[in-house]
Structures are given as structure tokens and as C-alpha cells.
Design a protein around this ligand. Structure first.
Ligand SMILES: Nc1ncnc2c1ncn2[C@@H]1O[C@H](COP(=O)(O)OP(=O)(O)OP(=O)(O)O)[C@@H](O)[C@H]1O
Length: 218
């Protein structure tokens, strides 16, 4: 696949150059300047490893690290700090947007949709977010982003000192990471398949205080 993406070998040895699919792939790839504009991989046509990877590569070059693939989000590891991408201001933009899904692809869209599903129902509905990828892909990073997001937006819904509360919650959650990773590390040469399951409970208080309900994000 990588050979194809780097353009060293576009045709596989067994494929005829008259293969209609291959012709479509070539026609799609010819407009290289447009490849980065595909913010949803379901719009790529034809969908092949070469076309998808080329689009992701074009976006990566422009430092665009998130791309939709239908209801899945593809996150590329930038391997460098991008502070402006994860600031509290950006969180708030996505949180307060009427239609966050119309914003450019971001982990905060996924986070916000799950949060709204949890909050917006008459009967609160538990939500699950699955973060998967190979070792080093950025699963821990993404999970931390999600926890930070919920710590920030859930706290800001309350009147009292929301920023302090968010920082406190975030600190507690992040401090628990080394312990989880001690159980879940895959950074050795033995293939151990470990799934880390994190529950986040969002409590919705109503007065009097002892009446509360909670929903879980996992
Ligand atoms: N969006 C991002 N921005 C900045 N750095 C990132 C991002 N995603 C991942 N990284 C960095 O890439 C490295 C690997 O990420 P991470 O530890 O999250 O991978 P992982 O999928 O959890 O790996 P493993 O399965 O081996 O535990 C880390 O140093 C992390 O800080």
C-alpha cells in the first residue's frame, strides 16, 4: 500500500492497466490539489486503499489530522504538539455550536455528539466510544482528549467555579492513567491484547440534591 501511496508502483503486478477500477483510481488521483478537501472518506470515489491513503496523506501534509469516515472518525497522529487544536476555547466552540457536526472533523465532534445523546434524552442513554488503532496510533492521547473534554464541558454546566472544577477532575482522571497503563501497556515485544475500559459517569442533579440520576460514557 505504501508503495502505491508514494507513487512508486501504482499498478499491482497482477492488475491489467485496462482494469476499469484502476482507471477510476488514476482519474481520481490526477487532481492532487483537491485530495485534501475530502473531509469524509465516504465521499472518496472509488474507495480503495490507494485513494483513501492519498487523501489522508494530502490532509496530513496540511496538518489536518482528523477525517470523517461516515460515523467513524479517523485520527492521524501528528507526532508533534498542536496546542491550538485542543484548547479550552476550541472545546467551547464545539460544545456551544448548534450543529457541531458541520464544523471541521475533530475528536470534539464525537465527544459532543455522545454528550448530547447522554444529556438530551428524556431517559438518559448510556453511550460508548471505541478508540482503536495499532500501538502508538494515539489511543491514549485520544482517550485523554475525551476525558479532558468531558471534565471541561460537564463542569461548565454548573455555576460554581467551573474552570477549577474541570482542572480538578482532569487532574484526577489523568493521574489514574499511569496505573491503567501499568496494566495495559503493549510497549513490549510480547503481543498482549489489552482493552482498557473507562467509565465516565455524568451525574445530573435535581433539587433536592439526593435525587440524582447518572448516565455512563464508556
Ligand atoms: N493528537 C496528538 N497530538 C499530539 N501528540 C499525539 C497525538 N496523538 C498521539 N500523540 C503522541 O503520540 C505518541 C503515541 O500516542 P499514544 O501513547 O496515545 O498511543 P497508543 O495508541 O495509546 O499506544 P499504545 O497502544 O502503545 O499504548 C504519544 O507520545 C502521544 O503524545
Amino acid at each position: 500500500l505504501l508503495q502505491k501511496v508514494h507513487g512508486r508502483r501504482v499498478h499491482s503486478p497482477n492488475q491489467s492497466r485496462n482494469d476499469p477500477l484502476e482507471e477510476d483510481v488514476q482519474a481520481f488521483l490526477i487532481d492532487e490539489d483537491q485530495l485534501h478537501t475530502f473531509d469524509d472518506l465516504t465521499k472518496v470515489n472509488p474507495v480503495t486503499p490507494a485513494t483513501v491513503l492519498k487523501c489522508l496523506q494530502a490532509r496530513y501534509r496540511l496538518k489536518v489530522f482528523y477525517t470523517h469516515a461516515g460515523c467513524t472518525l479517523v485520527a492521524l497522529n501528528p507526532f508533534q504538539p498542536i496546542p491550538d487544536l485542543y484548547s479550552v476555547d476550541v472545546m467551547k466552540e464545539y460544545h456551544y455550536a448548534t450543529q457541531p457536526q458541520e464544523f471541521k472533523p475533530h475528536i470534539f465532534i464525537v465527544a459532543e455528539e455522545a454528550y448530547r445523546n447522554v444529556q438530551g434524552q428524556l431517559e438518559p442513554v448510556n453511550q460508548s466510544l471505541v478508540v482503536s488503532g495499532e500501538s502508538g496510533a494515539g489511543k491514549t492521547w485520544t482517550s485523554r482528549c475525551l476525558m479532558k473534554y468531558y471534565a471541561t464541558v460537564a463542569a461548565s454546566a454548573q455555576a460554581v467555579s467551573s474552570q477549577d472544577a474541570a482542572e480538578r477532575i482532569e487532574r484526577r482522571v489523568l493521574d489514574s492513567n499511569p496505573l491503567m497503563e501499568a496494566f495495559g501497556t503493549t510497549k513490549n515485544y510480547i503481543y498482549i491484547y489489552i482493552y482498557i475500559y473507562i467509565y465516565i459517569y455524568i451525574y445530573t442533579y435535581t433539587l433536592p440534591l439526593q435525587n440524582y440520576s447518572y448516565v455512563a460514557l464508556s
